[in-house]
Ligand binder design. Structure first.
Ligand SMILES: *Cc1c(COP(=O)(O)O)cnc(C)c1O
Length: 618
């Protein structure tokens, strides 16, 4: 909606002295005139043209409009004898589109506009809950919220939707009808005194208009001294409080998730309360699933994304505990070259599978011929191979495509924890022969924690139907089936995290996965060069490095203490992470999230300070 119309011709006689003889639209709260507040809100929501019907003291509007090329003024020279219906009719040569119609003396919360714009229907009359302002106009409707009539006398109305706020959405057709009604009045007198509300009442008999209810909206009209007092003391301070943007310190998280997020992602969780079983929330989860699938495969229509409420480990466990059929009497194989692989092995043992472990170096690439020999020489047949893509223990990036080739040859299903690689390192499940992958919302997706998911071919998940369940909450098949049939999760999802993920996905779309990985890689390059200058040793060769996380060997200096370094950096707003190796004292720096090479440079400056001033190593 590009057009707004503001009716501002009135005299405001009841407020004259209080307002230095200015039009009511120029009443100020915190030195901001009502009209300025209103115009700024309209422009913020994309309105491009604001037509103001003026009359009393037009010069104030003329001066005001010099700052706003979007404003056009049309003077109602008969403002003293006519009502606002005439002022609205008087704009007929300017109004060419559907429009938002506002009174000029309103103070309201911004979402009043948003809620009208978000509703696909035209011809809506905004209603609030009761304000007890003493000057209420009630909006009467039928039982389906179709507008019938508004009145100050509630006994005249069938059913009351709420109080008239003074903001409506009017289609061009309805406007024509209102003009026709005005013309009819003009036949009786050249100066009709009806108001625009009378116009709406008149056209409602033939044109369907609906009440749009804005429960709990803070607003007021300012018509007299008592209104002004109430606006200043009660309404305005509460509006300011509600609309205050969160002022947040920016912390740089160099731990491997949850990662630093944008302020827009943080803000996205502030949404109206909603029951996640509503259709609109189901649609939100559907859209998110579709986007998550698209990041993993070139054949998205054949795949499904099974969402869980829980951290990444929840989805890893859902996978491992749901896909193995014990009646097949086959073993599973887990590649262990770090803590996350070891954890997959532990899970397989807890679920009492026949599990074999292929151990590989934590810093050196997996030896593929040894892996294949291991599989060929084993007395067991393997149904599944579980492994990690980016082993976040060290920063090594495992060659899942090579493992995928071996698995294809030996008819083993490959299931990969891509938690810390997904949405940065390119993944193509088709090309890489991956049957299942797992990831989570709070790493490279740069959203809030709470959502994890498994992606697999739909037929594959449907094939899990006959496996006797090992689990309940984490059952992959049940979760898939329920979501497919109901567009709902079986259990309460992390509602607000989904709104953040939606925002984060749209930001990822803008940046592109390729460019995101490029940005991360640049951060890593900056880190690598800085660490070399400080003569700090890192563990994984560049050829096998993920460029997402670096393991650094603690300096051989008795004064070095990770906890102290951590606290020192934390005081500068930077978070680092301890190492996870059993045989070496190390610490880790992840360079994922909403961070840039300048952030890494800042980290390096502080690291250098610490090493020089506290450890005296350089
Ligand atoms: C972070 C991570 C996990 C664990 O994720 P949580 O969200 O902490 O449960 C699992 N695997 C890998 C490879 C990870 O990087």
């Amino acid at each position: 909606m590009k057009t707004a119309v503001i009716l501002a011709a009135g005299l405001g006689s009841r407020l004259k002295e209080l307002n230095d003889d200015k039009p009511k639209a120029f009443l100020e709260l915190s030195n901001i005139p009502l009209i300025k507040r209103s115009v700024d809100i309209l422009l913020k929501y994309g309105v491009q043209e604001i037509i103001i019907g003026t009359g009393f003291k037009e010069e104030f509007f003329v001066k005001f409009a010099t700052n706003y090329p979007q404003i056009q003024l049309v003077n109602n020279y008969h403002y003293t004898e006519t009502g606002s219906l005439y002022t609205l009719w008087n704009l007929r040569n300017k109004i060419k589109n559907d429009f938002l119609l506002l009174e000029s003396d309103l103070l309201y919360e911004q979402w009043a506009i948003k809620t009208l714009l978000d509703d696909a229907r035209t011809d809506l009359i905004l209603c609030s809950s009761r304000t007890n302002s003493g000057d209420e106009v009630y909006v009467g409707t039928d039982d389906h919220l179709r507008f019938i009539k508004m009145s100050k006398d509630p006994s005249e109305l069938h059913s009351i939707a709420g109080e008239l706020v003074g903001i409506s959405k009017i289609s061009l057709d309805t406007y024509q009808e209102i003009c026709n009604f005005c013309v009819k009045q003009l036949r009786e007198t050249p100066t009709p005194t009806q108001h625009y509300e009378d116009g709406l009442n008149a056209v409602a008999t033939t044109t369907p208009l609906f009440a749009k209810i804005a429960t709990g909206l803070l607003w007021c009209e300012i018509d007299n001294a008592a209104h002004l007092e109430r606006a200043k003391k009660i309404v305005y301070p509460r509006i300011v409080d509600r609309e205050q943007p969160a002022k947040l310190t920016r912390n740089i998280l160099l731990n491997p998730g949850p990662a630093t997020t944008t302020d827009s992602v943080k803000a996205a969780q502030v949404v109206p309360d909603i029951c996640p079983r509503e259709k609109s929330f189901g649609n939100l989860m559907q859209d998110i699933s579709t986007k998550l699938i698209a990041l993993a495969t070139s054949e998205p229509e054949r795949y499904s994304c099974v969402l869980f409420g829980g951290s990444g480990t929840a989805a890893v466990e859902a996978l491992i505990s749901s896909v193995v059929d014990p009646t097949q009497n086959k073993a599973v194989l887990v590649i262990n070259n770090g803590a996350y692989g070891a954890r997959m092995k532990e899970m397989a043992s807890i679920y009492k599978y026949d599990v074999e472990e292929f151990k590989s170096s934590q810093y050196q690439p997996i030896n593929m011929s040894e892996l294949e020999e291991f599989i060929s020489n084993s007395a067991k047949t393997f149904s599944h191979l579980f492994m990690v893509h980016h082993e976040t223990t060290t920063g090594i990036l495992n060659d899942i495509q090579a493992v995928g080739e071996i698995c294809a040859k030996h008819k083993i299903e490959l299931a990969v924890d891509t938690i810390s690689s997904y949405a940065a390192v390119p993944i193509d499940m088709e090309k890489m022969n991956l049957q299942y992958i797992v990831s989570t919302s709070n790493k490279n997706l740069q959203a809030m924690p709470g959502i994890s998911f498994v992606i697999a071919k739909s037929v594959k998940v449907e094939g899990l139907l006959n496996i006797p369940p090992n689990n309940l909450y984490l059952n992959l098949y049940q979760q898939y089936k329920y979501f497919k049939e109901n567009s709902q999760m079986r259990f309460t999802p992390p509602v607000q995290s989904f709104y953040c993920l939606k925002q984060a996905l749209s930001e990822l779309e803008k940046e592109g996965v390729h460019m995101r990985y490029k940005r991360y890689s640049k951060c890593w390059q900056t880190l690598k060069e800085g660490l070399a200058q400080l003569k700090l040793e890192t563990l994984v060769d560049e050829a096998h490095q993920s460029k997402l996380l670096t393991t650094i060997v603690n300096p051989h200096n008795p004064l070095f203490n990770f906890d102290k370094l951590h606290d020192y950096l934390l005081s500068k707003g930077i978070t680092i992470y301890p190492g996870k190796l059993t045989d070496k004292a190390t610490f880790r720096i992840a360079n994922i999230g909403e961070i840039y090479p300048e952030d890494i440079e800042q980290f390096l400056v502080h690291l250098k300070e610490y090493l020089r001033e506290i450890c005296h190593t350089i």
